[in-house]
Design a protein. Structure first.
Length: 405
């Protein structure tokens, strides 16, 4: 059977970059809506509209556009930015942006054609699929995605092309499983994390259940977040049972992740958090943020406002291979061997005693080159290294697929 040409769409990286750099997306949205008005089967325009609405903080509207697109089409194409050299098919899940690996950021200005095939609950894979040199599982770990990962693991047995990111191993990245996989690793600190129902926490807050009975080795202060939350949404540090009770009074989630807080301040009183990608086990620094507060994200660290923080990040980029990566060689090796994923993002820090402190591991972390080069001149060369390493990974795993570039 001939392979149909999927409808093209702009994709997340293109749209997010425009938004990040201050371009108004509403005119583009109106243009896409006009396309749909002229052609109600224009699924590519609908999918882009869904992304735009989510980027403009209207997630429900975005998911509605996505659902309309998937009623009409389940495979979409993002053409290679340069002359096509490699064909990558990625299996993805419906949902918000964090539901999948944002691989297009890694492929900007590359020769890789990206086809996205949506996997839907209780449905066979779309067929026929475009021909490809290798496939990749883009579905990230989450409660909603676990059934899709399980069904995809069965569907990909004996797949005729190489496959990246074994769907049976992606669930190991769940917060309450990751520490069990890594807790005995050399030079690693991964604090125990447990998944608890609201009632469990209410009993803990009322001193009706000992903390150690719920969280191995647990002690206050604790970190608490709803399951499924990202980017610090709903994350709080509670120092005693009364603070836990106050947190629950303001939260309406049914399930939570609970872990002990690890104070990772350096000697100067600042916290430092690193985003690292592991590409076939080799670590690459993608950003480093530092600030005087523990809930540290790149966007709340004041990196734009503080030249001295950017200067330290620049030094971290310049010395990473010989310093940070070398100090934690055994920790990174253990982590790669235990998780068995060719591509992985890590948010991590260092404990005062020098261990690698792992906050989170996920295939869906955003790794990008959107920061302005005038403020962050050290980033474009480093991110080019990351993107090149990822492209080389694809080529190696494609098994000598014919280069057409």
């Amino acid at each position: 059977m001939a392979h149909p040409t999927p409808p093209e769409h702009l994709g997340l990286a293109t749209l997010a970059t425009r938004a990040f750099r201050g371009e108004a997306l509403e005119p583009l949205a109106r243009s896409l809506e006009a396309r749909v008005g002229q052609d109600p089967m224009d699924a590519g325009a609908m999918l882009d509209l869904g992304l735009i609405r989510e980027l403009l903080f209207h997630p429900k509207e975005g998911l509605a556009w996505q659902a309309r697109a998937l009623e009409r089409q389940r495979v979409f194409r993002i053409p290679a930015p340069r002359r096509e050299g490699l064909r990558l098919l990625m299996f993805v899940a419906p949902g918000e942006i964090m539901a999948n690996v944002p691989v297009q950021f890694l492929l900007q200005d590359s020769d890789v054609r990206l086809d996205l095939a949506f996997v839907l609950p209780d449905r066979p894979l779309p067929a026929p699929l475009p021909d490809h040199d290798l496939a990749m599982v883009g579905i990230a770990e989450s409660d909603e995605n676990r059934p899709l990962l399980a069904s995809l693991a069965a569907a990909l047995r004996g797949w005729p092309r190489p496959v990246l990111l074994d769907p049976s191993r992606v669930p190991l990245l769940a917060r309450d499983r990751l520490w069990r996989e890594l807790e005995d690793g050399p030079g690693l600190r991964v604090p125990p994390t447990v998944r608890l129902l609201r009632g469990d926490l209410e009993r803990l807050a009322g001193d009706r259940t000992p903390l150690g009975q719920l969280l191995p080795g647990g002690s206050y202060p604790l970190l608490l977040r709803p399951t499924g939350s990202h980017a610090g949404r709903g994350l709080e540090k509670v120092d005693h049972p009364a603070a836990l009770a106050a947190y629950l009074a303001d939260s309406r989630a049914d399930t939570y992740y609970l872990t002990s807080f690890v104070d990772y301040r350096s000697g100067d009183g600042l916290y430092r958090k690193y985003r690292v990608t592991l590409i076939e086990g080799r670590p690459f620094l993608c950003h480093m943020a530092l600030a005087p507060h523990w809930m540290l994200h790149y966007l709340n660290a004041g990196m734009v406002e503080h030249a001295e923080r950017r200067a330290e990040e620049a030094r971290a980029f310049a010395t990473f291979d010989q310093d940070f990566a070398r100090r934690h060689t055994e920790a990174f090796r253990h982590l790669h061997q235990r998780l068995g994923l060719e591509y992985l993002g890590l948010d991590c820090g260092e404990t005062p005693d020098g261990r690698l402190l792992v906050f989170e591991a996920d295939t869906a972390m955003v790794v990008h080159a959107m920061d302005p080069a005038d403020l962050f001149p050290y980033k474009p060369p480093q991110m080019a290294r990351v993107f090149r390493a990822f492209r080389e990974l694809l080529q190696r795993r494609a098994g000598g697929a014919r280069e057409r570039a």
